[in-house]
Ligand binder design. Structure first.
Ligand code: HXC
Length: 258
């Protein structure tokens, strides 16, 4: 499909999706989020894709939802259209791993989009924030819930109430991002991580995503029970037999997603 606000490139089993509204610092409007939801759904369904990387420009991953698009909307508009709820739910249904590669601003909906990915790799220029408070509103695609789970209540309240930005160092220390690299290395680092994931059994990587995300949705005992059953279920796959045989035989595994 031809897209106008994102660029999709597929190479070596990885779909690289680049947000591409440079004049608006990749502000998320309805068109962009609709195209992004379609692109990740296509990647999820494609035999050529085993992992997805989502990135922006050097200056901005995304500077938030498009304020110019939202400014004149009424409650009725927002509620009737379920503003960004539809696109967010489509994005969250993707079963293959998604890595966010963040350089520059990841603000408001941009920070929330990064947190909807499975993990975040950041350039040392990255700035995260939930500045919706300055616009007289609050986060609207998961920020109050996800940031709190990533970094804890105190820091999350601080970010949402003051609207201040968090730099890459603070984001790494507080667990929001998994690694920080130099800006020039960001894409390579994220692609290398994605390619490493793409070498594994897709059944196992999807099971990891499903099971780790379960930790957000359930009690510890239920989550552990879910993990145990999922672990046991993977013994029904050929990839488990191949993975363990390759270890015993001291060779590389040949996973076939079966
Ligand atoms: C629309 C935006 C935008 C946004 C930047 N632009 N962010 N347009 N929506 N969120 C546009 C600017 O209007 C400008 O275009 C161009 O991008 C460059 O931005 P500048 O402000 O000139 O750049 P700079 O001075 O470097 O400042 C960068 C910035 C600032 C600090 C990121 O742009 C900024 O504060 N942006 C808004 C951040 C924000 O409040 N995000 C939260 C949005 S609410 P023009 O044509 O005007 O020159 C949200 C809610 C999510 O995300 C929930 C939804 C359901």
């Amino acid at each position: 499909m031809a897209y106008e606000t994102i660029i999709v490139e597929i190479a070596d089993d990885v779909a690289l999706i680049t947000l591409n509204r440079p004049d608006a610092l990749n502000a998320l409007n309805s068109q962009l989020l609709g195209e992004l939801a379609s692109a990740v759904e296509e990647a999820d369904a494609s035999d050529k894709v085993r992992c997805i990387v989502l990135t922006g420009s050097e200056k901005a991953f995304a500077a938030g939802a498009d304020i110019k698009e939202m400014a004149d909307k009424s409650f009725v508009d927002m509620y009737r259209d379920n503003f960004f709820g539809v696109e967010a739910d489509r994005f969250l249904r993707v079963r293959k791993p998604i890595i966010a590669a963040v350089s520059g601003y990841a603000l408001g909906g941009g920070c929330e989009l990064a947190m909807m990915c499975d993990f975040i790799i950041a350039a040392d220029t990255a700035k995260f924030g939930q500045p919706e408070i300055n616009l007289g509103v609050i986060a609207g695609i998961g920020g109050t819930q996800r940031l709190t789970r990533y970094v804890g209540k105190s820091k999350s309240m601080d970010m949402h109430l003051t609207g201040r930005f968090m730099n890459a160092e603070e984001a790494e220390e507080s667990g929001l991002v998994s690694r920080v690299v130099a800006p020039k290395k960001l894409k390579d680092e994220a692609m290398a991580a994605a390619q490493k994931i793409a070498e594994k059994s897709l059944l196992a990587t999807m099971a990891v995503k499903d099971t780790v995300n379960r930790a957000y949705e359930t009690t510890l005992a239920e989550g552990i029970n879910y993990e145990r059953r999922m672990f046991q279920a993977l013994f029904a796959t050929e990839d488990q037999a191949e993975g363990m045989a390759s270890y015993v035989e001291k060779r590389e595994p040949q996973f076939r997603d079966k």
